[in-house]
Design a protein around this ligand. Structure first.
Ligand code: GAP
Length: 435
């Protein structure tokens, strides 16, 4: 049973070292989070799984890593300076500020009935700062609100250097920043977050075909990595929900404990961005097809996912409690590629005779997998800890190992144990994990 209460995951994350409130020793920094020893590994695994599917296993995409800070021209051209805003209203009684589109009715959630609101004003969500020693006009820079613009401004560079031709994609994983008015639900909506985005450039007539293709492929990615299909759905945007650049968007949504929430949007950005950047930069951002002698501005289909909220969804979906030997255990049934550790190496006791053998095994396995070495506590408690942090396999070194050169492999999901010769360990683990 996946977690039905967000607190189950929030507590586990804090207790085991996945996610901590940021700057906690100073009372916390609202809606910011730090990823601890396990969370940083898992978040990296989520991003790596995305890069594997979107870049490594394809021959039509490349990866870039563009700057986070950008000059105003980029965001004038992209439309973010003019359009990337939320409508805000102030309650005239409590003076609190709310997003108009998130007020269920016309009553203030704080002051309740009888209040009035000011007219809605557009509040731009971009973080602005300044570069260099002088503040003011000319020194303004913005922190990117999406990684996407890095792909558009580098379109010509990538085209020249990568020898790709449409249909081809430019992918990027990295931090984005939005001054969200209503951050919340743990790592679901924060002001600093990581995106995994692909701009897929196609001949204009192929836009609809690739839009369907990416909606299907991206949905499958979540299922392949362990989210049950009944916790996922795809929902087309109503026309009044569409971003300023989009001619059509579908969201992949996950059934969070508080309701359906977006993990990823797949948008038809048409030629909006390339045309705007061409106009503002006065550069040619087109593709010349030498076989047909045709010059055109490619259309873009954009699958845009968030790494943090996707990690939250993977955690919620993997969470389970079952009964083992009359005891309730918590187990994270994470996909082996997403689990912080793939293997834990556990000497049965701290005896000097077992540690050297266990360390030798750890040394070998850790070249290939993220492994944990743990020789504290009773073995049962160590198994429970590995179950709770999602480690698919435990390798236990016991006193028989010294005689028979074999170890026990314990499976997280079934708790079954199997005796395996040390000589066969790597191939058995590779077969069990699937990589
Ligand atoms: N380039 C298109 C774009 O940025 P978006 O739907 O605004 O589209 C894409 O963002 C994804 O980024 C979202 O589906 C979500 O997973 C993630 N995301 C957006 N805002 C977020 C926030 N404040 N906190 C965490 N993740 C966020």
């Amino acid at each position: 049973m996946p977690a039905t209460d967000l607190d189950q995951i929030v507590n586990l994350c804090k207790r085991r070292g996945f996610v901590y409130p940021s700057a906690e020793i100073y009372g916390g920094f609202r809606s910011s989070y730090d990823y601890g020893p396990l969370g940083s590994l898992m978040l990296r695994n989520v991003k790596d799984a995305w890069v594997r599917a979107m870049v490594q296993e394809r021959d039509d995409t490349v990866l870039i890593d563009a700057a986070i800070l950008g000059p105003p021209q980029v965001f004038e051209a992209s439309g973010h300076l003019a359009n990337f805003s939320d409508p805000l209203v102030d309650c005239t009684v409590c003076k609190r500020r709310f997003r108009e589109d998130q007020l269920d009715d016309r009553d203030c959630p704080q002051s309740k009935k009888g209040c009035t609101f000011t007219e809605a004003r557009a509040f731009n969500l971009m973080f602005k700062t300044h570069a260099g020693p002088v503040e003011g006009e000319g020194a303004d820079v913005y922190m990117r609100p999406e990684t996407a613009q890095g792909m558009f401004v580098n379109f010509a560079n990538v085209l020249q250097t990568s020898r790709k031709k449409p249909p081809f994609g430019i992918a990027q994983v990295g931090k984005s920043f939005r001054n969200e008015i209503t951050p919340g639900n743990f790592i679901f909506r924060t002001r600093e977050f990581e995106q995994m985005e692909m701009e897929f450039f196609v001949p204009p007539a192929e836009g609809p075909k690739w839009y369907s293709y990416w909606c299907e492929a991206r949905m499958q990615w979540y299922i392949d990595h362990g989210i049950p299909a009944d916790l996922l759905r795809i929902r087309a945007h109503e026309s009044d929900e569409l971003s300023h650049y989009s001619a059509g968007t579908s969201d992949i949504e996950f059934k969070f404990p508080w309701g359906w929430g977006e993990l990823e949007g797949i948008a038809q950005r048409t030629d909006f961005d390339l045309k705007r950047h061409a106009e503002f930069s006065k550069q040619r951002l087109e593709y010349f097809d030498q076989t047909t002698n045709e010059r055109y501005v490619p259309y873009v289909v954009e699958p845009a996912a968030g790494a943090n909220r996707t990690m939250a969804a993977f955690l919620l979906a993997a969470y389970d409690e079952d009964i083992i030997n009359d005891e309730t255990r918590t187990v994270l049934r994470l996909h082996p590629r997403l689990a912080p550790y793939q293997v834990a190496v556990l000497p049965l006791s701290k005896k000097d005779t077992l540690s050297p053998v266990a360390k030798e095994i750890f040394g070998r396995l850790s070249k290939r997998y993220m492994c944990e070495y743990d020789e504290t506590q009773a073995i049962g408690r160590r198994y429970r800890r590995q179950d709770e942090i999602g480690t698919p396999l435990c390798v236990t070194v016991d006193f028989d190992t010294l005689e028979d050169q074999s170890v026990t492999i314990r499976d997280r999901d079934t708790t079954n144990q199997e005796r395996v010769a040390i000589a066969d360990l790597e191939s058995v683990i590779a077969q069990r994990l699937g990589f």
